[in-house]
Design a protein around this ligand. Structure first.
Ligand code: DUC
Ligand code: ZN
Ligand code: ZN
Length: 471
């Protein structure tokens, strides 16, 4: 019997539950056999390699307009090219509603930007910035029913912040429609207060972004979001958790049986606020400005513990790329006057998996199974893509990443595919790199080179699995 299109042979298959030596048989873009001695029209030799479910980066920003005229470095073509090179087969970007805009029109805008340009599969989260009666009563419920089953809300930023009453209203719609709310938990007024005080003291260098976005403000907002979710009885995901204190709030909620999920990101395990000092408290620190900011070594230790013990469900990049130099970049005249104007965000979709693998698996901090759970299986489960995505199983899409666990080389901007002009992780030594990314049975990237044709699709999603776990 030789009706397989492709066999990935001789590799060590790793899932969130186990690992075993097996061949994988692929037909029409799906996994149809897992066994020994399989043969097919084509064979890819995976001996010495790990065969992982393709990476799913559940938090990336692509081609988003900004309120201050700065321009995001990556559009859907370059961002998903970078994702593919980094071992990802699916990314979840955001469709950001601008105040006054119809949510439906916003989604259609982003779909147009993505169509025909994606190297990986994509599925959109929504960002709700203007919860009008029309949005809450009609547009949002209709979009959830159309498969946009998660949306993000912000507790800070002048143009995005929702007050407590609005948060509660949005949570209520999520509960009714069985959608998952992602929360950017930082306290707006505390940040504004600290920003004003620092500026009055003349402390305006990029470093002070980390002081203005204090961990206390993140802890307070995390607890407030949890309390609101408890009041409404709705599951939420606290995204980009940066440190020990907000993490403890999540553990507090979990200990009480609340449905609170958590995400963290590479910047919180390998960067600290010290990086924002730049060379000598200079503008170079702007390369590390993101929100929430990286914290300290104590928080890194806490986050690793949370990655191990299940406090964190998912590990995403929060890829939010701005060029450092040139027009509409981080280094713009207004940003030179105060950290307040430095665009918030750093690139990371291509380096997420290598950083977690190298710092986590290669250094013995987390198991291979945990790595797969955090970077592929759990995001698929949480965001309604499982079992089509996020697993190596009969019937699943043949989305696979072949991984060389021994390959050692540094991260270098010159090797990356993103359209940003720097990486915050320059020269970081990495052991364990993706060597081939396969999307629905088709190789899309080999050792950093991405095939030119963009074969990614937009995925429609089911409700989060959390709604079918008897909750
Ligand atoms: N929040 C994000 O999720 N990404 C970048 C900036 C921000 O505030
Ligand atoms: Zn955010
Ligand atoms: Zn983000």
């Amino acid at each position: 019997m030789n009706d397989l299109d492709l066999v990935i042979g001789g590799g060590n298959v790793v899932t969130a539950a186990d690992s075993y030596a097996a061949d994988i048989g692929i037909k029409d873009g799906r996994i149809v056999q897992i066994g020994q001695g399989l043969t097919g029209v084509e064979r890819i030799d995976a001996s010495g390699l790990l065969v992982l479910p393709g990476g799913i980066d559940a938090h990336v920003h692509l081609d988003q307009p900004t309120s201050d005229g700065t321009v995001m470095a990556d559009d859907f073509a370059s961002g998903t090219r970078s994702a593919a090179a980094g071992g990802n087969t699916t990314v979840l970007p955001f469709a950001l509603q601008i105040k006054g805009q119809s949510l439906r029109a916003c989604v259609e805008d982003y779909r147009r930007k993505a169509a025909g340009n994606c190297h990986t599969d994509v599925a959109f989260h929504l960002i709700v910035s203007d919860p009008t009666p029309q949005v809450l009563g009609q547009e949002l419920p209709a979009l959830v029913r159309d498969g946009y089953t998660s949306f993000k809300v912000f507790m800070t930023y002048d143009d995005l912040v929702l007050n407590d009453a609005q948060l509660l209203d949005v949570f209520e719609v999520a509960r009714r429609e069985r959608a998952l709310v992602m929360v950017h938990a930082e306290g707006h007024d505390a940040i504004k207060h600290l920003t004003r005080r620092l500026e009055a003291e003349g402390q305006t260098a990029p470093y002070y972004h980390a002081e203005a976005h204090a961990q206390i403000a993140e802890r307070e907002a995390t607890h407030r979001a949890i309390s609101h979710a408890q009041l409404i009885d709705v599951p939420i995901v606290i995204v980009h958790v940066s440190g020990r204190e907000p993490m403890e709030q999540i553990q507090w909620a979990r200990a009480r049986g609340l449905k609170v999920f958590a995400e963290t990101c590479p910047q919180y395990i390998v960067l600290t606020a010290e990086d924002l000092r730049g060379l000598n408290m200079d503008f170079d620190g702007a390369k590390y400005v993101c929100s929430p900011p990286p914290r300290d070594v104590d928080s890194q230790v806490a986050i690793w513990q949370g990655l191990r013990d299940g406090t964190f469900d998912i590990f995403s990049s929060d890829h939010c790329p701005f060029r450092f130099e040139g027009e509409a970049s981080k280094d713009n005249p207004r940003a030179r006057t105060s950290f307040r104007w430095v665009p918030n965000g750093i690139p990371g979709v291509e380096t997420r998996l290598p950083i977690l693998f190298s710092e986590g698996v290669s250094k013995g901090r987390i198991s291979l199974q945990r790595f797969v759970a955090l970077t592929s299986t759990n995001p698929a489960r949480l965001y309604g893509l499982y079992p089509q995505k996020g697993s190596i199983a009969i019937g699943a899409d043949a989305d696979l990443t072949l991984w060389d666990p021994t390959l050692t080389r540094p991260i270098r901007q010159a090797d990356l595919n993103h359209a940003c002009d720097y990486t915050p992780y320059e020269e970081m030594q990495i052991t364990g790199w993706p060597v081939r990314t396969i999307l629905r049975g088709r190789t899309i990237a080999v050792e950093g080179y991405v095939r030119p044709d963009a074969g990614g699709r937009e995925l429609s999603r089911a409700a989060s699995e959390i709604y079918s776990r008897g909750t």
